[in-house]
Design a protein around this ligand. Structure first.
Ligand code: TRP
Length: 454
């Protein structure tokens, strides 16, 4: 950057690269989540670093109103702040209030057949939002990503997409309004998706992906262009069988915050393609059994409760590995109480115990020492066993035909809601004074932490 004066990026601009803060110890990117603090990642700091916005009381109140009008409740993940950050969620709620269309997009990188509880969070949330708003959902399985990043063959990655589809379907998505796709299978069959990839690839330089994702000279070229593939589903024209070629149906992406870099990039290119920026809602990470310093990881079996675990295994794992905020002896615990902020079992209850009053009572009793760690774990074990048992029963119902149905690429019945418009008429109008492509590219090409004033 040349030496001139700099200005801080304002809220209305998306920061493509995160704003650096010298005191940041937490590592959060699509590949690593690590905090040195037992309470886990400092999420308020992360909001500042990423330049996103907090899901605050007023947004929650709007959610409350919408849910009440549909005879539903706000999902505990949202109400309890486990989805804590967003970009343009207020805009999506306004669209809904005005009776306008939008759709939901989420995804998974299928790296192992056994999914764990943490993997369910975005899918359970997206399922809930689909029901609340009655909107289409697209779910991307990035088997191509896993091929590039892991020591796996294409055949294996593709097979994992089919396997993981069963777990996703088991979450209860509406078969008439949900499209689940494997990149390895769909992209080759849909020119519109591929063309969007190319449009995105043309607008992002190597310099930018280096800055955003930390790619280096020895990364294979597949990795370098991959972000365009994760960006493409943010645009409705990538799904002609659902949206009839309509280019501007807005998109809301529920995801864990580590996926944000992909969508900072997407939001940066969207206006230059005269398309809407996708909105986002970000979740916290699901803590590993050993503590909130890192998230559950499928590659460490003792860090996770798997959806394939037996009821006995769940019990054993929680009892043996779930990091406790309790005291060393019963006497001490009774005297001083436990620490809910670091207690993994309590944190899991925050995710999965629906009853607010009961959760509050447990928090009080554990903090005061009235409730012992063993008793707390007992409550959690019961809830997880029910949840996993239910999941396994639903998954067992998913046949090859059901998978094929969710993967279909012929016209969806709900596509009638999106009648094709005359060519070009649903593109965003080019605003007067919008920078020309070259200038805009140069601008973010130079963008690190600050933008230069002219
Ligand atoms: N890259 C993600 C992963 O490894 C998968 C993914 C693709 C995704 N598209 C997404 C996740 C959209 C959230 C939202 O898990």
């Amino acid at each position: 950057m040349s030496g001139g004066p700099t200005v801080q990026i304002t809220d209305s601009m998306d920061t493509v690269n995160e704003v650096n803060d010298e005191n940041v110890e937490d590592i959060v990117d699509p590949w690593t989540v690590q905090s040195s603090n037992a309470k886990g990642v400092d999420y308020d700091k992360l909001i500042k670093r990423f330049g996103s916005s907090k899901i605050d009381e007023s947004l929650l109140n709007r959610f409350e109103k919408i849910a009440a009008s549909r005879g539903q409740k706000v999902h505990p993940f949202i109400k309890r702040g486990l989805f804590f950050s967003h970009r343009d969620l207020d805009h999506i709620l306004s669209l809904h209030e005005q009776g306008k269309h939008f759709y939901l997009y989420t995804g998974r990188g299928p790296s192992s057949a056994a999914m764990h509880m943490g993997h369910l969070i975005p899918f359970m949330t997206t399922r809930y939002l689909q029901k609340l708003f009655d909107v289409p959902v697209v779910i991307q399985l990035t088997d191509d990503e896993k091929f590039l990043w892991k020591d796996l063959q294409l055949e294996e990655c593709f097979g994992l997409s089919r396997e993981n589809t069963k777990d996703i379907i088991a979450c209860g998505f509406d078969p008439e309004k949900t499209f689940i796709f494997s990149d390895l299978s769909y992209i080759g069959s849909c020119k519109e998706f591929y063309w969007n990839m190319k449009r995105i690839e043309k607008l992002v330089t190597f310099n930018q992906v280096k800055g955003i994702f930390g790619f280096g000279d020895s990364d294979c070229i597949g990795k370098i262009s991959f972000p365009a593939i994760q960006a493409a589903p943010s645009f409705s024209s990538s799904f002609p069988h659902i949206f009839n070629g309509r280019t501007n149906i807005p998109c809301l992406i529920p995801c864990a915050i580590d996926q944000d870099p992909y969508f900072r990039m997407t939001r940066d290119v969207a206006p230059r393609l005269h398309l809407s920026k996708p909105a986002l809602m970000h979740s916290v990470f699901f803590p590993a059994l050993q503590g909130a310093q890192t998230k559950m990881s499928a590659s460490d079996p003792t860090s996770s409760v798997f959806l394939t675990d037996t009821l006995a295994q769940i019990k054993k794992k929680i009892n043996k590995y779930a990091f406790s905020g309790g005291r060393d002896t019963i006497e001490e615990h009774r005297k001083y109480g436990g620490d809910c902020e670091v207690d993994v079992s309590f944190q899991y209850l925050q995710f999965f115990l629906d009853d607010d009053d009961e959760l509050e009572q447990i928090r009080k009793d554990y903090s005061s020492g009235a409730l012992l760690t063993g008793e707390l774990k007992q409550k959690l074990i019961k809830i997880l066993q029910e949840l996993v048992g239910h999941h396994q029963a639903e998954r067992a119902k998913v046949t090859e035909e059901v998978i094929n149905y969710f993967w279909r690429t012929d016209k969806y019945a709900c596509s009638e809601k999106y009648p094709p418009l005359p060519k070009g008429s649903d593109k965003k109008k080019k605003k007067k004074g919008t920078p020309k492509m070259k200038e805009a590219t140069d601008e973010i090409g130079n963008l690190k932490v600050t933008r230069e004033t002219t």
